[in-house]
Design a binder for this molecule. Structure first.
Ligand code: PLP
Length: 386
């Protein structure tokens, strides 16, 4: 067998799979309840409006007149048009035929790299969500990390003078929560335009952006000449189990829009009608309200955790726009050591920065949890001895 040797360059298992094993083992040795703030998966059940919409859609599948087979390439017009209207509200002038409905952001982070040659130079700002980088390694691309630091609030500055083919940005960032201001994002867009690089903008947490920070890369002029944006309904609607997202490939990116459509023809048969109807409900007034409620709920969870870190004198990256708290490890401790200590001493699972290609020793606490678990975790953090 001529197995892809790039697998050898990856860690033995995906960071969150390793974490799940650790939690399972901890659950066996502790009588104390383990609070899982490790994997960033939503915990609140779906709002009724999304479920009602999906039930109606499922009913349609039962009638000959309304039954539907393969969905159209790129998604149903009702969803693509609703997304385009929402993007316009966020300051992006994108037409429905530049929007492609996907089964979530994770696969798309790697899929978009298929538009380019193998062996290209790809830059990731670190710390970062690992899926895109791992996918590029598997494709045989040359992956580099640009390390942002806690001193700058984890806002990376473009690598002036260097050239890359693809640049992955994530704002609000998972794990740090760092969120680009308009000016900071514009610097990246200007750099990409001048360096002939394509930006892959991961906006999985765009619904967590508040204030005057940009919710989309296309809020910056001419970004549609250099950027692909990948979005997800997972963290906003709670669709991690339903699986819907979308990818924007603007026509101003030259051939890429047509090639993306061509690629979908070869590689993807679409997202289920039922799921797309559920996602479309996000853009109704009630759907918007329900989404906002959930986003605020998780943000409040993050605030509860932050207060505990403050009281325990643990430094964290303070940000308004994230369902995560990125906290610094005590002096002399690696992120693995500290996350093990937090697990064994406080019964809380968190993710070490080593899983995000983080250079500094930090741990990420997910605020995707029920309120009672978060207040209990906050309590335990305040009493944590290290
Ligand atoms: C959760 C997450 C994703 C994956 O989202 P799905 O749509 O569920 O695949 C992508 N990017 C980041 C930064 C994430 O945190």
């Amino acid at each position: 067998m001529r197995i892809n040797t790039a697998f050898d360059a990856l860690p033995k298992s995906y960071v969150f799979a390793r974490l799940a094993e650790k939690v399972a083992a901890a659950k066996k040795t502790f009588c104390d309840k383990i609070i899982d703030l490790g994997v960033g998966d939503v915990k609140l059940p779906l709002p009724e409006i999304f479920v009602r919409e999906m039930k109606l859609a499922a009913d349609e599948m039962q009638n000959r007149e309304t039954f539907r087979g393969y969905p159209p390439t790129g998604g149903y017009p009702f969803l693509r048009e609703a997304i385009a209207r929402k993007l316009l509200e966020d300051g992006a002038n994108i037409s429905p035929d530049e929007i492609f409905v996907s089964d979530g952001a994770k696969s798309e982070l790697g899929n978009v790299a298929e538009l380019f040659e193998r062996g290209i130079k790809v830059l990731f700002t670190a710390p970062c969500y690992p899926a895109g980088a791992e996918a590029n390694v598997l494709l045989g691309n040359d992956v580099e990390f640009l390390h942002a630091t806690s001193e700058d609030g984890f806002i990376p500055v473009p690598p002036y003078g260097k050239a890359y083919d693809l640049i992955y940005l994530c704002s609000p960032n998972n794990p740090t929560g760092a969120t680009f201001s308009y000016k900071e994002l514009k610097a990246w867009v200007d750099y990409a335009l001048s360096a002939n690089a394509v930006i892959v903008y991961d906006g999985a947490y765009s619904s967590y952006v508040s204030g005057d920070k940009p919710k989309t890369v296309y809020a910056v002029p001419y970004a549609d000449r250099c950027a692909i944006e990948i979005r997800s309904f997972s963290k906003s609607l709670g669709f991690t189990g339903i699986r819907v997202g979308f990818t924007v490939v603007p026509k101003n990116l030259g051939r890429l829009n047509a090639l993306w459509k061509r690629r979908l023809g070869a590689r993807f048969n679409g997202v289920s009608y039922v799921s797309q109807r559920g996602a479309a409900a996000a853009f109704t007034p009630l759907g918007k309200k329900e989404t906002e409620k959930r986003v605020n709920f998780y943000k409040t969870n993050a605030s509860v955790l932050k207060i505990a870190f403050q009281n325990r004198k643990i430094w964290y990256n303070n940000t308004c726009c994230s369902p995560y708290v990125y906290a610094r490890c005590p002096d002399g401790m690696t992120s693995e050591e500290f996350s093990d200590l937090v697990l064994t001493k406080a019964g809380i699972c968190c993710t070490p920065s080593s899983g995000f290609a983080g250079k500094e020793n930090f741990v990420r606490f997910s605020a995707f949890a029920l309120r009672e678990d978060v207040t209990e975790a906050a309590d335990r953090i305040e009493k944590l001895i290290f």
